[in-house]
Design a protein around this ligand. Structure first.
Ligand SMILES: Cc1cc2nc3c(=O)[nH]c(=O)nc-3n(C[C@H](O)[C@H](O)[C@H](O)COP(=O)(O)O)c2cc1C
Length: 172
């Protein structure tokens, strides 16, 4: 898909086909988009967890209890280690959240390009997710997304409820 078309096309999908799993090739292409994402000082402080086994899905799904989330056959978790991320010397700003967010966005757009539905989710219960994935103290997660084909009755919204360019852009 052409880039601006892809940006317009991506929307939060909250309905998933429970039957149709995503092929390994497609999952690999989505992961490749994350692998190529930029990160501060090229530290790449991330791991991409693609949860697909019934046992793991059961424990991860408990972190966000919407039915549509449980319907998706895969869940993508971008996890990072704060100690691996770049730190700005002036004020100790740690780039972990920025790095993980860019990687997630790359993968969400790559998934859209493959016809796969996604939805950024930040409103998960972090403790449940940490336990499900046996994360260590320094590992952090800012967002997860279901990965799956949109449900059979899914109606694309095609709605971009956004501020106008005039409101947000200043040519200076
Ligand atoms: C950081 C972030 C966190 C979000 N968390 C949630 C969430 O927990 N649950 C949810 O249903 N949508 C969540 N969303 C999706 C937003 O509601 C959605 O992106 C926004 O309303 C714009 O709609 P669109 O994605 O369809 O363009 C989140 C989006 C972002 C960027």
């Amino acid at each position: 898909m052409e880039y601006l078309e892809l940006i317009h096309h991506r929307e939060s999908v909250r309905s998933y086909d429970t039957e149709q799993k995503i092929s390994k090739d497609i999952l690999n292409r989505i992961a490749e988009a994350g692998r190529l994402a930029p990160s501060a000082a090229n530290r790449q402080p991330w791991k991409f967890l693609i949860v697909s086994s019934e046992e793991m899905l059961k424990s991860v799904r408990a972190c966000y209890t919407k039915q549509w989330f449980a319907d998706a056959p895969h869940i993508l978790v971008v996890v990072g280690n704060k100690n691996d991320a770049w730190v700005r010397s002036f004020d100790s700003y740690n780039s972990i959240e920025t790095d993980l967010t860019i990687a997630m966005d790359h993968m969400i757009l790559a998934a859209t390009n493959e016809g796969i539905g996604t939805c950024w989710i930040a409103a998960f219960d972090p403790e449940i997710l940490r336990n499900a994935l046996s994360l260590s103290k320094n590992e952090v997660i800012f967002a997860i997304t279901p990965l799956g084909y949109p449900g059979k009755n899914y109606q694309k919204k095609n709605l971009k409820n956004r501020k106008s360019l005039d409101e947000i852009v200043q040519f200076m």
